[in-house]
Design a protein around this ligand. Structure first.
Ligand code: FAD
Length: 419
């Protein structure tokens, strides 16, 4: 029996999430014989909990240019895929199959029914119409790729097909099934797998007066993450005060450490507003400023010394009357001001939510995939879809838009755009 005879399917899709279902459905709709393997006992387990159970299906952004810009610098790679399958195409896809949608704040598209299970159901119906063979409880443990066919193995045997689509998801929320095996297979084929980055998120702090500093940005601050009296990380850079706390590159880059520490302890961030000067040099500088402004009120001199808006906070923290004249300020009081400048302590109450996160999800480097067909540039009979690709994914329906577009394009390419 020749290898060709042994091939049972045109395409095997591994992973029954949104990307895999869309791919399998579209390939079948165009006449391919398709097998979909899912290790869970149901399809779309993660999909069914998206958007708080309501499923934010996509985002109502009108131009592809604006859309790709939302994925950060790496988003450009998505241009060919999103040009061929836009958010409007995603909306039409569901609307035409009996699922009306609505647009909410920030362009977020949801089913009118507010039920993510309806989205799963529409995709299930799409698979049935195309006569896709779906096997549940089928954990694939190995994929072997040859030039003209693939072998996909699971505990009860193996299947052969002309091509395979890896739609096994990323690494977030592994309890829904995305545990990263797909990355092992792809790495073995020579793909570069980018490890997921920590979420980069701003911090909330407990001090209510922080709101008064909102919008203030400081170019060169040293921030230390402190648990008890122990510094666990220190970095220098640009900091931004927000309504709720701290942001800016300096803080975003420390958010992982803070997040980890917060799981077990209370955490403070201590800011050194003058990282270039040590305590005594800074004290000498303040003393000089005091000498040349003896007859002024301390509030006016503090405003010269500290960054904007921080002077009055410092006086308050040092227990100093802002109306006091400089020549009456004691050495102790002056030192308290200097100490505040070198160690402004803020109690972290938590990380900002997913909406504010910049997440590099991890996955296959987009440069290794042809985004017109979703075919691997290393192995043309391998398609890589959805969360298996490394992109920054803002919240707002942007992750699922990647799944719909990449799934649909791969499904189209299987029979009609052969390598
Ligand atoms: C709580 C939460 C809420 C979210 N809300 C939204 C939202 O509202 N809007 C939005 O756009 N995005 C949202 N996302 C992101 C979105 O869910 C993902 O982008 C999307 O599910 C990725 O789809 P996928 O098909 O690539 O992978 P997945 O949905 O992860 O599906 C992969 C499938 O592959 C299966 N699989 C894995 N390995 C194997 C194997 N070895 N053998 C067989 N099967 C295997 C898994 O069981 C799984 O079913 C949310 C994510 C989470 C965690």
């Amino acid at each position: 029996m020749s290898m060709k005879d042994a091939i049972q399917f045109d395409l095997i899709v591994v992973g029954g999430g949104p990307a895999g279902m869309m791919c399998a459905g579209r390939a079948a709709e165009r006449g391919a014989r398709v097998l979909l393997l899912e290790k869970n006992s149901m399809l779309g387990k993660k999909l069914s909990i998206t958007g708080g159970g309501r499923c934010n299906v996509t985002n109502d952004i009108s131009t592809v240019r604006e859309l790709v810009a939302r994925y950060g610098p790496g988003g450009k790679a998505l241009f060919p895929a999103f040009s061929r399958f836009t958010p409007a195409d995603a909306v039409n896809f569901f609307n035409e199959r009996g699922l009306p949608t609505k647009v909410e704040a920030e362009g977020r598209v949801f089913p009118v029914s507010n039920d993510a299970n309806d989205v799963v159901r529409v995709l299930g119906e799409y698979l049935r119409q195309g006569k896709v063979k779906v096997v549940l409880n089928a954990p694939v443990h190995k994929v072997v790729v040859y030039d003209d066919h693939v072998r996909v193995m699971w505990s009860l045997g193996e299947w052969r097909a002309a091509a395979v689509a890896v739609a096994t998801g990323g690494l977030a929320y592994p309890e829904t099934g995305s545990t990263g095996e797909g990355f092992d297979w792809l790495a073995r084929l020579g793909h570069k797998i980018i490890r997921p980055d920590a979420s980069l998120v701003p911090l909330r702090v407990k001090e209510p007066w922080i709101v008064g500093l909102s919008g203030l940005s400081l170019q060169n601050v040293r921030a230390s993450v402190v648990v008890g009296d122990k510094k666990i990380e220190s970095k220098t850079g640009k900091l931004l005060f927000t309504h709720f706390g701290l942001s800016g590159p300096l803080i975003l880059n420390m958010s992982r450490t803070v997040g980890e520490a917060l799981k077990k302890n209370s955490v403070d961030v201590v800011l050194d507003l003058f990282p270039k000067d040590n305590l005594s040099a800074l004290d000498a500088e303040l003393l000089r400023l005091f000498s040349s402004n003896q007859n002024k009120k301390i509030k006016n001199v503090a405003a010269l010394f500290f960054p904007p808006k921080i002077g009055s906070l410092a006086l308050n923290a040092a227990g100093l009357d802002p109306e006091k004249f400089v020549n009456l300020v004691t050495r102790d009081e002056r030192l308290r001001l200097v100490k505040f400048a070198k160690a402004m302590r803020l109690a972290v109450s938590g990380l900002m939510g997913l909406d504010d996160a910049i997440v590099s999800s991890g996955g296959v480097a987009p440069s290794e995939v042809d985004f017109r067909t979703m075919r691997s540039k290393i192995r043309p009979n391998v398609y890589i879809l959805g969360d298996a690709l490394n992109f920054n994914r803002p919240s707002g329906g942007f992750s699922l838009q990647i799944c719909w577009a990449t799934g649909y394009l791969a499904g189209e390419a299987v029979l009609f755009d052969r390598p």
